[in-house]
Ligand binder design. Structure first.
Ligand SMILES: [Zn+2]
Length: 159
């Protein structure tokens, strides 16, 4: 057990507490419908209807929000892959560790058949192929799509 381990555990704990805090906050605002508050599904419905927003509109809004929150990193990865960015070095050292540093494509020579593409990383390795480092969602991203989904469900079955 070292300092790094403790720090990670503390961060993890802090994140859980934050999510719990937000959940309690929303609960007491009546979001889940079991406590009477400004965010009670019925009240949301009434106030939305008051400003001329229908259930369908609200559902469309949160559904598209949900889809964007779910897919943004996949789209970003796809674009990065096509553009040849976010590549990582595949060079292995004597112990078999992969370097993994950011690398870029360099073209050597003009004859494509001889494989004119090389990859070079910031540590000075040159490889014939490179890995790809995808963007992964963090806990905030996950919280956002869960929240958007929650709103969809509330609009569908609650209000
Ligand atoms: Zn490298």
């Amino acid at each position: 057990m070292n300092n790094d381990y403790i720090r990670k555990r503390t961060q993890c704990f802090g994140m859980s507490m934050m999510v719990m805090g937000v959940s309690f906050f929303l609960y007491y605002l009546g979001l889940f419908g079991n406590v009477e508050g400004p965010l009670s599904p019925g009240k949301i419905g009434a106030s939305l209807a008051g400003i001329g927003v229908t259930k369908a509109h609200a559902l469309m809004f949160f559904l598209s929000f949900f889809i964007i929150a779910m897919t943004w990193n996949h789209l970003y990865n796809l674009v990065s892959l096509m553009m040849g960015s976010r590549l990582t070095c595949n060079h292995k050292n004597k112990e078999g560790h992969i370097c993994g540093a950011l690398t870029r494509k360099i073209k050597t020579g003009t004859d494509k058949k001889k494989g004119g593409v090389r990859y070079t990383c910031v540590n000075g390795h040159t490889c014939f192929n490179a890995g790809f480092r995808p963007v992964k969602k963090g806990s905030v991203s996950h919280t956002v799509w869960v929240t958007a989904l929650l709103f969809c469900v509330i609009i569908l079955y609650g209000a």
